[in-house]
Design a protein around this ligand. Structure first.
Ligand SMILES: Cc1ncc(COP(=O)(O)O)c(C=O)c1O
Length: 387
């Protein structure tokens, strides 16, 4: 039996290869410090777990969910956007419940583009954006995110032809993998760019809760006109350590939201209602757990970045997300350096090349283990005497 051309064209998942390498090293009995992945290490806060337990015992959650999700979850998303960002959203027409945002990010090109249409993606960027490109059978070009521009795109450098042809553009701040954040002026520029060139914007707000130095990351929808040109996707995976629960939502332009809802009407019957009820508790309950989590990541960041600087590694501290984006020392490609660290220091990092051509020259470190292990990782790297 043959796989379809569509399946054959799907890119080999970068993280799958990384997971294999780590699995092999662990199976060999090595004491591996894994900084390569993006899986939150803390538990889901107990009040959210309790809400799931209670909801799971309620027989009404054992039935099919309404196709487009529970009204109370859409309302919780609306209330959350109002209280966190001061943004007004219509619960009926401007919210789509998602099985985690990866699903929505992959669905969106199928919703808005026709075969052969062009979309624009960040380089470096989250590799799974490419899955949506292949499944929708569309074309894509990338725009570089460079350190000298704080890893924001320079719209003036996007070629005229691409601006004319592109129909959809993905952005992501706080950014995976670079850890940079966007300000209001940048989002204002984005809305103007989108309007001028008739390009729809998807803002992936996966790390929306995680900003450092007292800076709260802003929502794309806070900017005037954003809803006319795009949507934002928000996941509970990172904010509440709920990566395994698979719950997120899209908010914004009603026409785009309707397209997402239509495709999902055909593919799913929404999420397990008990998970949706727990998500309501997450969004509308106390947000102390989020403040504690952000403080934990900030403390890890500070400890890790100081330790790197102490060994002579000239690194920039991330402003948000739970990643650090570190320059590779001279003489190595990012993959060579990642392999070197795995072989010689039992430290796993993600080579920047896996996030795109402009990721070359960097590695990504996830701040997803305790501070003593982060320090130990740097200590092991120090012993290699490369800085
Ligand atoms: C930038 C970015 N967007 C989206 C996601 C997907 O998150 P989820 O599908 O858990 O909502 C991730 C997960 O790692 C991510 O890093």
């Amino acid at each position: 039996m043959e796989h379809s051309n569509r399946i054959k064209k799907l890119p080999v998942q970068f993280f799958a290869t990384l997971v294999q390498k780590v699995g092999k090293a662990i199976a060999e009995g090595r004491d591996i410090i894994n900084l390569g992945q993006g899986n939150p290490d803390q538990q889901t806060p107990p009040h959210i777990v309790k809400a799931l337990q209670q909801a799971a015992e309620d027989p009404s959650t054992h039935k099919y969910s309404p196709f487009r999700g529970l009204t109370e979850l859409k309302q919780a998303a609306v209330d959350f956007y109002k209280s966190e960002y001061g943004v007004d959203i219509n619960a009926e027409t401007e919210v789509a419940i998602l099985f985690g945002t990866k699903t929505g990010l992959v669905e969106l090109p199928m919703c808005l583009l026709n075969e052969g249409d062009l979309m624009l993606l960040p380089d470096p960027g989250y590799p799974d954006y490419l899955s949506g490109v292949v499944l929708a059978n569309v074309e894509y070009r990338t725009f570089p995110l460079k350190a000298e521009n704080n890893f924001l795109p320079d719209y003036n450098s996007i070629p005229t032809r691409q601006r004319e042809l592109a129909k959809l553009m993905y952005l992501n701040y706080p950014n995976n993998p670079t850890g940079s954040i966007a300000d209001k002026a940048f989002f204002e520029e984005t809305v103007a760019f989108a309007k001028k060139n008739n390009i729809t914007i998807l803002h992936d707000f996966a790390y929306g809760a995680i900003g450092f130095n007292g800076k709260k990351p802003i929502s794309f929808l806070e900017v005037e006109g954003a809803k006319e040109v795009g949507v934002e996707m928000y996941t509970l995976s990172k904010t509440y350590n709920m990566a395994g629960w698979r719950v997120g939502f899209a908010v914004g332009n009603s026409k785009i939201i309707e397209a997402l809802n239509i495709i999902q009407d055909h593919m799913y019957v929404s999420l397990f209602p008990a998970v949706q009820k727990a998500a309501v508790e997450a969004l509308s309950g106390s947000q102390d757990c989020v403040r504690e989590l952000v403080a934990r990541y900030e403390s890890r960041r500070n400890v890790f970045i100081s330790a790197c600087r102490e060994i002579g590694w000239n690194v920039t501290a991330p402003e948000g997300s739970f990643f650090a984006w570190l320059p590779v020392p001279n003489g190595f490609t990012s993959e060579e350096f990642a392999d070197y660290l795995l072989e010689r220091a039992n430290v796993v990092v993600a080579p920047g090349k896996g996030f795109g051509e402009y990721g070359e020259g960097y590695i990504r470190v996830g701040l997803l283990i305790d501070e003593d292990r982060l320090v130990e990782a740097v200590d092991r790297i120090k012993k290699l005497n490369i800085f």
